[in-house]
Design a binder for this molecule. Sequence first.
Ligand code: THU
Length: 144
Amino acid sequence: MGGGTKIDANSLIGAAHNAASKSYSPYSGYAVGAALLFDDGAVVTGTNVENASYGLSLCAETIAVSKAMADGVRGGLVAVAVTGPQDSGDGEPITPCGRCRQVLNELAQLGETDPEILCVGSDEVRRMPLSQLLPNAFGPAHLT
Ligand code: THU
């Protein structure tokens, strides 16, 4: 998993909430925040950025992974917190969409970690490894 890196769930979730406050989501009104924790303690955040051409919208997790990788990060992913609006839907914890699972998997497999995903709901945080959300994942190792 994360090589023993301690996960401070509350602060990681707080970072995701903070990122969600910058969401550009005028079309869905659904603000999402993501916070990635790395084995050196670094936290990289992202939020969803929508587009008038709706299908071009980018998810919070994808933005966070892109920010980290554009800064040269290639592994060490220990945990990911994902938050949605607390007052919408059925209060169930949000889970990363299928595309974001695949995007997260790229960084996870590069660093040979299985990050814990903290899915935040209105009164529950559901924690599970990425390998449970995306079993038998296709990844970089398949192409070597
Ligand atoms: N969204 C994310 O940012 N991450 C997910 O994992 C699920 C969906 C965004 C996309 C869109 O801007 C809004 O949530 C509604 O689907």
